[in-house]
Write a protein that binds this ligand. Structure first.
Ligand code: SF4
Length: 366
């Protein structure tokens, strides 16, 4: 592919984005749909280098911990959950949790990403108690409870999302993961995850979290029942909130894995993933960091994605049950992540959730 693959008017838009100009909605869609893949990648990489001139690629040492797989949501793409009463359902004990955190720290991790199903019976005090226990026992960053979970806690407790966030923060919550965003368009959500919070509610939770000083990430799961235009709509919704709060640390797009799920969809190709990633870098002009997804795309495409706008290799993901349940099982150690980053020509740096660099492994049992 060469520059001729990109129509002249779209080439102008790429130039504008590289020089720091904003892409309006119809322009964002034109760039996503019509730019030649390599022109798009080059433009995204240029923007990435302007934001991060040092040849550094970051990653975070963390572990995914699912506190429970019992869930009343029944999302059609989820191969992980168990309905209440169904065989195989669990709620993690404090001992199991402590063991997982200790293992994370022993492996140089500094953070846990803790999420779970929408359990119908656990009260808000259960989660507060969990946070208080972790903070009393360990010096570790707790990145936990995606917006749909927080909305669920709010519904069960009769509190507002902002009140729930305030209580969880007081109990020890450090930041909120951007999970459960899927595609932030209700027409899509009603077909893939009809019982989860709406797009507006997802944004409302994030806005409340940012308002209380909690940083969060933003994600997008794409390649199921949405249109390309709805993917761009999702990006624009994130950009609009970031304009108001500047609370997102990063954007993390990942492709839907259809195996073992109730949604029939053709798995997306690597060029389709790279196109979305690069377009995100140009459209999300107010986001500093873009994570590549080795968990769903594999190591080689993740390395390539570092030239399509990505500047972060994500997490060591010591445990990733949800994606694994859908039949994907890429595993990488911290040493392998560092080797892959070096092999792509960058310097690896371990970071914290807020993207500050870590000089040495932190986190310890108190
Ligand atoms: S994705 Fe989360 S909310 Fe949806 S069914 Fe699975 S565990 Fe429940």
């Amino acid at each position: 592919m060469n520059a001729e693959d990109t129509p002249v008017e779209v080439r102008d838009l790429l130039h504008r984005a590289v020089s720091g100009g904003r892409l309006e909605p119809s322009e964002a869609l034109a760039v996503y749909l019509d730019a030649g893949l390599h022109d798009l990648g080059r433009a995204a990489h240029e923007v990435r280098l302007k934001k991060h001139p040092e040849p550094v690629v970051t990653y975070v040492g963390d572990r995914n911990i699912n506190y429970s797989n019992i869930c009343v949501c029944g999302c059609r793409f989820c191969a992980y959950f168990r309905a209440p009463g169904q065989e195989g359902g669990f709620v993690l004990s404090k001992d199991e949790l402590a063991q997982k955190i200790q293992e994370t720290i022993d492996l140089g991790g500094t953070q846990i990403l803790m999420q779970g199903g929408h359990h119908p019976d656990l009260p808000l005090s259960f989660y507060e108690d969990l946070l208080a226990f972790i903070k009393a026992e360990f010096d570790i960053h707790v990145h936990a409870f995606s917006p749909p979970e927080i909305w669920h806690f709010a519904k069960l407790s009769g509190l507002s999302a902002a009140q729930v966030i305030a209580r969880l923060k007081r109990a020890g919550l450090d930041s909120i993961p951007g999970g459960g965003a899927e595609i932030l368009v209700d027409e899509v959500r009603s077909r893939v995850s009809p019982n989860k919070c709406t797009a507006r509610q997802w944004i409302e939770v994030m806005e409340a979290a940012h308002g209380q000083g909690l940083r969060t990430t933003a994600t997008m799961m794409f390649g199921h029942l949405e249109t390309p235009g709805q993917r761009v709509e999702h990006l624009l919704a994130l950009r609009a909130l970031q304009d108001r709060t500047h609370g997102f640390t990063a954007f993390i797009p990942w492709t839907f894995q259809p195996q073992n799920t109730a949604i029939q969809a053709r798995p997306l190709t690597s060029p389709e993933y790279l196109r979305l990633l690069a377009a995100s870098r140009l459209i999300l002009d107010n986001f500093d960091n873009l994570q590549v997804s080795w968990v769903t795309m594999g190591a080689k495409i993740a390395q390539l994605a570092l030239f399509f706008g990505g500047n972060d290799f994500g997490s060591t993901m010591i445990e990733e049950n949800v994606v694994r349940a859908a039949g994907v099982s890429f595993r990488l150690s911290r040493e392998e992540i560092e080797r892959l980053i070096r092999a792509a020509g960058f310097r690896p740096r371990q970071r914290r959730m807020d993207y500050s660099y870590l000089d040495q492994a932190q986190g310890a049992r108190r």
